[in-house]
Design a protein around this ligand. Structure first.
Ligand code: GUN
Ligand code: FE
Length: 425
């Protein structure tokens, strides 16, 4: 790796060059010698986290989405008016995500400028690669008075100020922090607000994120308001670009998929959250075959778990449910959607390489030219042994075993851009 934390070479232990390189590396403090049963894995990339919802993770999961937003989530997010509260929560969240091997995160903050900036600063300080959005909710009739932007103009001015400030902050952060244009979802924004954000996306070429066709309610609402799909609306306001990531997308059709491919927009697949709030399973395999970029998201706290390890497993299980189908009457001869399943290795690839492609950043792969973002996994961690007892020791078996069974206790170290940011307590 070079001074900037970029991987220059990857050696196999059998390479003749390995011994020389090993000696060089041992002389520096940026060297990890792996013991038996220890592996490097690429750091995970979480494409969808609501940072302010962290205190609510694991609770309030029994309401439909719009009721959950109005009664649980908006009152919680309104508390981030208090920047001291925001700092306490955000410091704890970033630490928890790093301890689970999550190195890069695409965050929704709240509508508050100061607290959103605090999140970017905390990522910078703790060594996480954070892409952070000040959320825009400027529609006076679609958001509660206690939690929304004061006006459309204020929302746009605050967003621009946020972009400029985070770009400036990012200049001194080796792993990078980035501003993200963040209309919460189409229902929460005015036409003028969406158009203004599209103009900012063009002016600054920064990332864009939102929710898209998450559930039937949102899908129908947008169709009624604009006479077109969520995807078409976002595209027509200039919000779908190479650097856009749309969360969920459970109800997008083939034509929407084409728009994603044409514009280079990626999907943040949030399988745990979708099991609770979406009432539908997104056909990941079909979209991938169509050429849509896809990564994984926890959707804290719509998804109860802060762990992409858990979401990898759920992505596999959801795809199997879609393929096998559910027919409670047993009236159908065929059930489900054929050829929908993905393997655990494919789901792992969504959480790593897929995330890097979605964000258009050189991350998520251990290879020359990529950021040195790694988790050191210990299969023999005390009290968390994943031994194959000498019977199941093939690399593919070890990888599957750890993807299904590893816990944070197996994550020995986490390195971001060549810097150690977490070591098991
Ligand atoms: N749609 C709009 N806001 C939200 C949110 O906070 N979580 C989820 N899952 N969907 C949303
Ligand atoms: Fe979400």
């Amino acid at each position: 790796m070079d001074e900037q934390g970029i991987i220059q070479n990857v050696f196999q232990t059998k390479d003749t060059l390995y011994q020389t390189k090993l000696k060089e590396a041992q002389a520096s403090d940026k060297f990890v010698e792996l013991e038996d049963g220890q592996y490097f894995l690429p750091g995970f990339i979480d494409l969808h986290v609501h940072a302010p919802q962290w205190p609510q993770a694991g609770i309030a999961l029994d309401e439909p989405l719009n009721k959950w937003l109005d009664e649980c989530t908006f009152p919680l997010e309104a508390k981030y008016q208090d920047s001291t509260f925001a700092q306490t929560v955000y410091q704890d969240l970033v630490k928890n995500l790093l301890a689970r091997g999550t190195i890069t995160v695409l965050y929704f903050a709240t509508v508050h400028l100061e607290a959103s900036l605090a999140l970017a600063e905390i990522c910078a300080k703790q060594g996480q690669r954070g892409l952070v959005g000040k959320v825009v909710m400027d529609h006076p009739d679609m958001n509660p008075d206690f939690y929304r932007d004061a006006s459309t103009q204020q929302a746009l001015t605050d967003t621009e100020e946020f972009i400029v400030a985070v770009k400036e902050l990012g200049k001194n952060v080796s792993q990078g922090v980035y501003p993200v244009i963040t209309p919460r979802f189409v229902p929460s924004c005015t036409d003028e607000g969406l158009a203004g954000l599209g103009q900012l996306a063009e002016k600054y070429h920064v990332h864009v994120q939102s929710h898209c066709s998450e559930g039937q309610w949102e899908h129908d609402h947008v169709k009624e308001r604009f006479g077109k799909s969520d995807t078409e609306v976002l595209r027509d306001f200039g919000l779908l670009t190479e650097k856009s990531v749309m969360a969920h997308c459970n109800f997008i059709n083939e034509k929407d998929g084409e728009i994603f491919v044409e514009t280079g927009t990626a999907v943040a697949h949030c399988p745990i959250s979708n099991a609770y709030f979406a009432n539908g399973v997104i056909p990941i395999k079909r979209l991938k075959e169509q050429g849509v970029e896809i990564g994984l998201g926890t959707d804290i706290s719509g998804g109860f778990s802060p762990s992409l390890w858990d979401n990898i497993k759920q992505a596999v299980m959801s795809s199997r449910m879609l393929e096998d189908g559910v027919d409670v009457t047993c009236a159908q001869e065929t059930r489900g959607v054929p050829d929908s399943r993905i393997s655990v290795i494919e789901a792992f690839s969504l959480a790593t390489q897929g995330g890097g492609e979605a964000l258009s950043l050189p991350i998520g792969v251990i290879a020359k030219g990529y950021a040195c973002d790694v988790q050191v996994i210990d299969m023999n961690a005390t009290g968390a042994s994943l031994s194959g007892f000498g019977v199941f020791n093939e690399p593919a078996e070890q990888l599957q075993k750890l993807l299904y069974l590893a816990t944070p206790a197996n994550i020995k170290q986490v390195w971001v851009q060549g810097k150690l940011v977490h070591e098991k307590y």
